[in-house]
Design a protein around this ligand. Structure first.
Ligand SMILES: Nc1ncnc2c1ncn2[C@@H]1O[C@H](COP(=O)(O)OP(=O)(O)OP(=O)(O)O)[C@@H](O)[C@H]1O
Ligand SMILES: [Mg+2]
Length: 652
């Protein structure tokens, strides 16, 4: 509801030679008792015809405040009270006190000619006014509105929804969002969760479909986005005021690699009620080789190693390949590749043919081999030899779905690989327009770690820069969060069209990046209460403070209390659980009998094939994949027995 009350004046513009009003700043005084404060939006209206500033309306936001009296020096006050503070109050003359405020101009109407602010009455802004100074009128109405609610502006007893422009938040005009602030009080993760919900509900139809890929990098942070969280009445009221429904995300898909055993998932969402919808993220040699650069340029940039990796990827993997020493190879897995490396080293040694093989120096080959074997040992569970890979649904992304990729417990090298591959794939598909959605928000928390301002040029950093600089044309949008903005790569934060601040650290505010803020605004930022944010957006000429409700999803730390993660299951139980997920009719004991004395890698391979096949009858497929010896086992006779009954209640 729009409030059309015209509030009485609360102040008057003053201008002196020392403190003149300019087209971009003005000063005004108010009564000592006033409802405004730093961040309040005010309106100055020019007078009627022929008077100064006729017809002009100026909107400003309060950036600083001062109080003083007519004393020339503090000495007079001390002498007047004879040096006793208790006597100061008895002073026969009550000194005039003044409240003086400084405001930065948000908008002038008309915009041309641009003139100093008229020395007229000052009013607090009404609901209607808030849309004007923030230039929201341009995208709030019209045939195709693009407004996304971000929070409530609250000041001077008023409360008005503030909207971001989807064209400037999610492309193509501008894009990306960066949020910073101290740990625990800045509500960075919460603000992004709330805003994603708001985007999903308000993303304009004419802009098409949208999805989000969220990397969970910290504990259980994003593991319960599909579960409702606790809200207070005030939160509900804010949701209503912002016209956003307070509900958890409807479509959330979770992906997590396995632990080293290859069957238990490496995530905190392992409670039996929830683990069912966590998909394993498993990659083989092909997937790793495509992004092997990630492994190389952590500490060096090596063109020779790059060339050798390209050679492996183009000429060797998945093809019949002659090693030049009389052996033929078909390299599909890491183990196959290791066999090829062995025969190269042995061949070179036996044939005494020097140090090069097919123009690649043996030192380069050794280096690449070490890096590849390094990743397959350090990221066991993500990178595997056990059959087909399982990946995000490239090409089948769903509208308004969140894809959470849990890499919180993955080795840093593996995290880099996941980022690199996931983002490159998103980019590739968006370029070809065959991802399934037109726009994707990629949320990366802890940008300090992944795109630091100093340190080596890693592949991940290059990629985050690439999204920041070119993503908006593709619909690839980066939402990044970090504690210290000054420590994130300049171009990553610089390219964010929308910047949000929660409670800030004072040391951080003293760094050069915050010089444009007035001292009072900095103090407000350093003491900002939980749930309040400062927003910069291309349409707003000055930063604006807004309040937002708690996200309607279960907080990570409440989630692990309500759904405690299950202990790792023994191998056979974990296999059962995976199979039951594919086909609820599968009977645990049959599976256990079937795999009792089989090699674990064979079981994992059969499981991976079964997962890939998405067969109606998972157990039959699994049994077939496991092959051979078990022909007489009862499970194989399933074809002739009636369909299995659901056993969803059985605990694992
Ligand atoms: N709008 C809100 N109103 C009141 N409390 C909130 C609001 N949003 C979040 N909170 C609370 O603030 C706390 C911190 O939030 P959050 O975890 O999002 O902060 P963070 O900045 O991401 O912290 P960290 O740097 O540790 O990740 C949480 O306990 C959360 O419940
Ligand atoms: Mg956080």
């Amino acid at each position: 509801m729009i409030d059309r009350r015209d509030p009485p004046p609360i102040g008057r513009v003053v201008a002196t030679e020392q403190k003149p009003a300019t087209p971009h700043q003005f000063h005004f005084w108010t009564a000592n008792e006033t409802s405004i404060g730093i961040g309040a939006i005010v309106r100055v209206e020019g007078a009627g015809n022929r008077e100064q500033g006729a017809g002009r309306v100026v909107y400003g936001v309060v950036t600083d405040g001062f109080a003083y009296s007519d004393l020339a020096t503090p000495l007079h006050d001390v002498v007047g009270a004879e040096g006793d503070p208790a006597k100061a109050a008895d002073s026969p003359t009550v000194r005039q006190e003044i409240r003086l405020w400084t405001a930065a101009v948000l908008r002038q109407k008309p915009e041309e000619p641009l003139q100093p602010v008229p020395l007229r009455e000052v009013h607090v802004a009404s609901d209607v006014d808030v849309a004007q100074p923030l230039r929201m009128d341009a995208y709030l109405g019209g045939a195709q509105p693009t407004a996304i609610p971000v929070g409530l502006y609250t000041s001077g007893g008023l409360e008005a929804p503030v909207y971001l422009d989807a064209d400037f938040l999610l492309g193509p005009e501008a894009a990306h969002l960066n949020i910073s602030g101290v740990s625990g009080l800045a509500t960075k993760t919460s603000a992004v969760e709330f805003l994603l919900g708001s985007i999903f509900q308000h993303f304009p139809i004419h802009k098409g479909r949208i999805a989000a890929v969220c990397f969970n990098v910290k504990g259980p942070d994003l593991c319960f986005l599909d579960q409702p969280g606790a809200l207070e009445d005030e939160d509900r009221r804010r949701y209503e005021r912002l016209a956003v429904r307070a509900q958890p995300f409807e479509r959330v898909r979770y992906y997590a690699p396995f632990k080293a055993d290859g069957v238990n998932l490496n995530t905190l969402r392992t409670h039996p009620e929830l683990v069912g919808d966590v998909e394993p993220l498993v990659w083989g040699l092909r997937e790793v080789l495509d992004y092997a650069e990630v492994l190389l340029n952590r500490d060096d940039i090596d063109a020779k190693a790059d060339a050798f990796i390209d050679f492996l990827s183009d000429r060797v993997v998945d093809k019949e390949f002659d090693d030049g020493f009389g052996g033929t190879h078909r390299v599909v897995t890491f183990a196959d590749l290791e066999r090829l490396f062995r025969s190269i080293f042995d061949g070179l040694e036996l044939a005494a043919r020097g140090d090069t093989w097919r123009t690649h120096h043996i030192a380069t080959i050794r280096k690449v081999r070490n890096r590849l074997s390094n990743i397959s040992t350090r990221c066991k569970g993500l990178v595997t030899d056990d059959g087909p890979s399982n990946d995000l649904p490239w090409g089948r992304f769903e509208d308004r779905a969140v894809y959470v990729v849990d890499v919180a417990n993955v080795d840093p090298l593996g995290q880099d690989l996941v980022f690199a591959r996931a983002v490159s794939k998103l980019r590739e598909h968006l370029e070809r327009r065959d991802l399934g959605v037109e726009a994707v928000v990629v949320f990366v928390d802890e940008l300090n770690k992944y795109a630091p301002g100093d340190g080596p040029e890693t592949y991940v950093k290059k990629m985050l820069l690439d999204i920041s600089e070119r993503g908006r044309y593709l619909g690839l949008v980066l939402f990044g969060a970090e504690q210290f903005r000054s420590q994130v790569h300049r171009r990553v934060v610089g390219n964010a069209g929308t910047t949000v601040f929660g409670r800030m650290d004072s040391d951080e505010l003293a760094t050069p990046g915050y010089q444009v803020l007035s001292p009072a605004t900095k103090i407000k930022l350093a003491t900002l209460p939980i749930g309040e944010l400062m927003v910069r957006h291309p349409h707003f000429t000055q930063p604006i403070f807004v309040r937002f409700p708690r996200p309607a999803v279960l907080r990570g730390r409440d989630g692990v209390e309500r759904f405690p993660p299950a202990a790792d299951l023994p191998f056979d139980d974990a296999v059962v659980r995976q199979l039951v997920k594919l086909d609820r009719r599968v009977r645990p004991n049959l599976v256990k009998d079937l795999i009792a004395d089989r090699r674990e890698e064979d079981v994992r391979r059969a499981l991976a094939h079964t997962r890939q096949a998405r067969s109606q009858d998972a157990l039959a497929h699994f049994t077939k994949q496991l092959g051979g010896r078990v022909a007489a086992a009862p499970a194989l006779q399933r074809e002739s027995v009636p369909p299995l009954t659901p056993i969803s209640d059985e605990p694992y």
